[in-house]
Design a protein around this ligand. Structure first.
Ligand code: GLP
Length: 243
């Protein structure tokens, strides 16, 4: 569980983008698990650049995003569906019908969550899951206290998450609930890359890489997965004894 420490956030994002591009080059119908958050923005910019340079086509790729806010209209610029369209999907040749984001507007969120799990299975499972990490150690929207066997479900967001994500909402009205893949859903991916940049993530990274699962830090659940790559910048790098 030694992270790759790259020179800065741009290099770290480029390394993640390279892995996505390599996977799709070798498996053109790959199933990608995608994430939102400011950390991912330079990753998607680098993926778009690779596509524009003719290095990779996404025409046969499927994608599943980790999470979505509940009761936030899809057209709202803060919804993860519109964020993904704006930052990635509209700029590459992926088939929009093969891009999946949990349906936060569903009348029956339990049924929508179950349907999402089924869709992932029907697609053959996720080849590569991209993950950021919350300041409180959350992955997707699995907040501290989430169970190891959790699957896609409706969750309440913790106060620190609401504060962190308020920046994405001009009116400050960040939704308080979300639908997220569960920890077990995430652990079902064949491989996982975690990207963390900036000093605000250092404490979470330290806990995540301590080598054992603690419910206080959902990212620590990744200790149980055989193929996880951690990519950080120097500011987010763990203390030597935790690495
Ligand atoms: C959000 C998302 C997570 C993301 C995390 C970090 O709440 N649900 O998937 O990894 O917070 O976001 P950021 O990169 O903006 O710090």
């Amino acid at each position: 569980m030694t992270p790759l420490i790259l020179t800065d956030a741009t290099e770290a994002a480029a390394a993640v983008a390279d892995r996505i591009v390599s996977l799709v080059q070798s498996k053109p119908d790959a199933v990608l698990g995608l994430a939102t958050g400011a950390t991912m923005e330079p990753v998607y910019a680098a993926v778009i650049a690779a596509h524009r340079a003719g290095r990779v086509s996404f025409s046969r790729v499927s994608s599943f995003n980790l999470d979505e806010y509940v009761a936030l209209p899809t057209e709202h610029p803060g919804s993860y569906r519109s964020t993904m369209n704006r930052l990635l999907f509209e700029h590459i040749d992926i088939d929009p019908a093969r891009t999946h984001v949990p349906d936060g507007m569903a009348n029956d969120t339990d049924a929508a969550a179950e349907a999402y799990e089924r869709q992932i299975l029907q697609a053959g499972g996720i080849d590569l899951q991209l993950l950021g990490i919350g300041r409180n150690g959350h992955i997707g929207f699995n907040e501290p206290g989430s169970r190891l066997d959790s699957r896609t479900r409706r969750v309440e967001l913790h106060a620190e998450t609401l504060t962190a994500n308020r920046a994405f909402f001009e009116d400050g009205g960040v939704p308080q609930q979300a639908i997220t893949m569960g920890i077990a859903t995430i652990l079902s991916a064949r491989s996982i890359i975690v990207l963390a940049t900036g000093a605000a993530k250092k404490a979470a990274i330290n806990q995540a890489l301590a080598g054992f699962f603690t419910p206080a830090c959902p990212a620590s659940a990744l200790v149980g997965h055989p193929d996880v790559t951690w990519i950080v910048d120097p500011a987010a790098a763990p203390d030597a004894e935790a690495a």
